[in-house]
Design a protein around this ligand. Structure first.
Ligand code: PFF
Length: 433
């Protein structure tokens, strides 16, 4: 089986696909509202500090373990120690659970693309959004459509599916984002939004905000969901991954900052609130689109941008479970993807309905959607990353100097892997719970 494993056709293909995994709704939807809720510029400063230091370590580690073992998640852990197999299985399980709520938002985006032409006819965007997500059939169909698109790409394989899609969608995403940034910067009073983003108020720094920044940084890099380990397993032996890790972090952060520059000047220009939470993109922005000239086109482009980002991340999260099912059960990708489609639908349908029909169905006092988000973001992602760091640092005794030439830097990697990242992850989980 191993000899038949696919590998990336070029370094560029790997990098663009890994960036595609990182740049997702986390950058364009989640980052601006978390930043809006946590004081703007100071959050950005802390976030950049954390993503370029602490997050570098688990990202490099996860890719490296994939590259080293050349196996899907379960096989990778198993080849380190048979007893770790179960810990490995948690990764694709996390991927399936994440897909089950993330893809719902993918469905919402498709609705907004279809509706963008008629924006100006809507009088109350908040009401429109809540009426839409509460419907019993339409949002479910859209979730399944988005799932189908991602499954279809994944089933086509690494070269013809995942690589090919990322090579088209990522440049498109960059072009649309650049255009929308210019549109936003040309609005009156755009400078207030820029000040909000780049003029830090150091008195606003607090533990809650630091941990929120750390959580966002882990989430946006797609660490701990099995995607990067699997992507890493397709890297050829002769490739140096340290440089790729820098490129991924730098690109992901640039996309997040540009998303902020696209959103905040517009929000301030229209005297709206930057801290409206998850509704920022689905309620606040459409309100703005309806008031600017050419707003329909801008809206259409914006939601196409979101869709591209969601697809490239969505296929990465499917690749983990797809590779595991294909290689463990020795079945074709098409069969594995069909199975995944069924499995994810079983969880995603009730989760989609948890905004309407199943509103009253609570798990630990949370709706099904919120519970899945909470369970994966606050428990499973940090836990998977924690296990992998502990395994590499304490069990395999991975040394930084096998990967990194600079001695001081390699030393920091060692300390980070063994102590700092595990402690940060434990704090994150305690805070999240
Ligand atoms: N890096 C992704 C993002 O920022 O949106 C994280 C992610 C979440 C990837 C969910 C894939 C996924 F299905």
């Amino acid at each position: 089986m191993e000899e038949n494993r696919p590998s990336w056709t070029s370094r560029y293909a790997f990098i663009i696909t890994a960036i595609g995994s990182a740049v997702g709704l986390g950058n364009i939807w989640r980052f601006p509202y978390i930043m809006g809720q946590n004081g703007g510029a100071i959050f950005l400063a802390v976030y950049i500090l954390l993503i370029s230091t602490i997050c570098f370590i688990p990202l490099l580690n996860e890719l490296y373990i994939g590259k080293l073992t050349k196996k899907e998640c379960v096989g990778a852990y198993e080849s380190i120690n048979k007893n770790f197999r179960f810990l490995g299985a948690l990764n694709p399980i996390t991927g399936i659970l994440i897909a089950s709520f993330y893809f719902i938002v993918g469905g919402w985006i498709i609705n907004y693309i279809l509706k963008s032409v008629f924006y100006s006819n809507i009088s109350d965007y908040g009401e429109y959004f809540s009426n839409f997500i509460e419907q019993p059939v339409y949002p479910v169909l859209l979730t399944l459509l988005f799932l189908f698109i991602c499954i279809f790409v994944t089933a086509r394989g690494i070269k013809n599916g995942i690589e090919a899609t990322n090579k088209i969608l990522m440049p498109l995403l960059a072009i649309i984002l650049a255009f929308l940034v210019i549109v936003s910067l040309r609005l009156p009073n755009a400078n207030i939004g820029l000040e909000y983003m780049f003029k830090p108020d150091f008195t606003k720094i607090n533990t809650h905000m630091v941990l929120a920044a750390l959580g966002q940084a882990f989430f946006t890099l797609s660490i701990g969901m099995g995607a990067l380990l699997t992507y890493g397993s397709y890297i050829k032996d002769d490739k140096n991954i340290v440089k790729s890790v820098y490129t991924i972090i730098l690109s992901d952060t640039t996309f997040a900052i540009l998303a902020g520059i696209m959103i905040f000047p517009a929000v301030f220009s229209f005297n709206l609130e930057p801290n409206s939470g998850a509704g920022l993109v689905f309620v606040t922005l459409p309100k703005i689109f309806s008031q600017i000239s050419g707003g329909n086109i801008v809206a259409l482009l914006f939601f196409i941008l979101l869709l591209c980002a969601a697809i490239t991340s969505g296929i990465s999260v499917l690749e983990g479970p797809c590779a595991t099912i294909t290689e463990r059960f020795k079945i074709s990708r098409i069969k594995a993807c069909t199975l995944l489609f069924i499995l994810i639908s079983i969880i995603a349908i009730p989760a989609t309905l948890s905004f309407g029909m199943l509103k009253g169905c609570l798990i630990f006092n949370k709706s099904i959607f919120d519970f899945l988000d909470f369970l994966t973001s606050n428990v499973m992602l940090p836990l998977n990353t924690l296990f992998l760091c502990l395994i590499s640092g304490w069990y395999i005794k991975l040394k930084g100097n096998t990967l990194i030439k600079n001695k001081a830097f390699a030393f920091c990697f060692d300390i980070g892997l063994k102590f700092i990242v595990p402690i940060a992850l434990i704090l994150l989980m305690i805070f999240g719970l």
